[in-house]
Design a protein around this ligand. Sequence first.
Ligand code: EPU
Length: 418
Amino acid sequence: MEKYIINGNNQLSGEIKVAGAKNLALKIFPATILSDQPCLIKNVPEIEDTLRLWEIMEDLGVKIEKNQTGQYTVSTKNITKTELNNELVKKLRASIMLAGPMLARFGQVTLAHPGGCIIGKRPIDLFLEGFKKLGAEMIDNGETYTLKADKLIGNKIILPQISVTVTENLMMAATLAQGTTQIKNAAMEPEIKALADYLNQQGAKITGAGTPEITIEGVEKLNAGEFKIIPDRIETGTFTILGLITNSNIKITDCQPEHIENLLYSLKKANAQLEIGSDYIITKPSKLIATNIITHEYPGFPTDLQAPFTVLMTQAKGLSLIHETIFDGRLFYTDILNQMGANIIMCDPHRIVIQGPTQLYGRNVVSPDLRAGIALVLAALAAQGTTVIENIYQINRGYENITERLQKLGADIKQINQ
Ligand code: EPU
């Protein structure tokens, strides 16, 4: 079994480069299916989640070729089937991103309920309702769903709840629909704007991406594409917290701090000493004070940075209230932080109170999911003694070569297989 062994309480120094955004790579690759022409994708994060997505796409007949580190050519002209491999789909929630492009280009797609991180109920009702609005028929085959439409027809879709992947899926499907689609109450994440930029560059007609109202005028076909994936804002935030929790001067490079303004606002309130440039952040040792956060859809505080921020607050003076509003199972890892010496009380499944600062101690722990997993790495790096983290597949799903990148900063972390 693969584990991380981490000896904490070391000051770090040096630079760490932010990788391409996982949550854009998982949409850009599916988007290549909308065109039968080759697409060149750059700054691709080489992580477990992209590997799982490629397995599903290759099973459909897509050819994905690596030209150089982080750069891939994708050819979708030889797709031979419209049924996604059930077993592979169950391993990756983002496999649902293939539904819109497959339906739009081939008029049919069959897939199982997608798997992925266990962070709450995570239904797919909004995707299915949205595709129906675009004229698709949904057949429930028991274990799988088939969506069918000879030609999707543009429509006005009001999302009852803001959802990132539903917005992206419907936006992709609508690019090849007949007529105009309006998505209201759309999610506004930077990755959605970037996905629209990519599609527009291939000939799509999308306006308003990055705002709550997106308009898509359907086109007959998309051309070949070339695109560089934007920096991962969750890595940017996580590494900023890493520098602060280890009381270190580190420089986070190749990032877009404007995409984490809400985190930076909360860190400023917590008295974090940061130097922020247009594409870098430098952390400095800081005397942190307790700060409350409420997670919210973009541009609010990102749920994916809630766990790292919570760990940071275990080292801040005073009481902090953390309110997780997006997912219903995303605070249970705080039990593990308590085993490491934190003083956290769960008020209800959506709210915790942290009394800080408390010394953290190394323990044997199991990573419950991707973001809680990286939060445990941060806790271990701040703790006294040795921490062993199991189930690190969950962490490797989203962070490329994390052990080597942290080692370069002077962190005492290694991966062992036993
Ligand atoms: N929801 C429904 N029905 C649906 C779809 C979503 O009720 O059909 C609910 C969800 O259960 C949740 C809420 O809508 O309570 C919002 O979830 P959203 O759909 O926005 O999340 P997502 O699209 O599944 C993406 C990211 C997540 C990130 C969230 C929120 C990808 C592949 N995933 O998920 O990333 O936490 O948006 O920003 O883009 C991660 O990277 O660790 C991760 C979980």
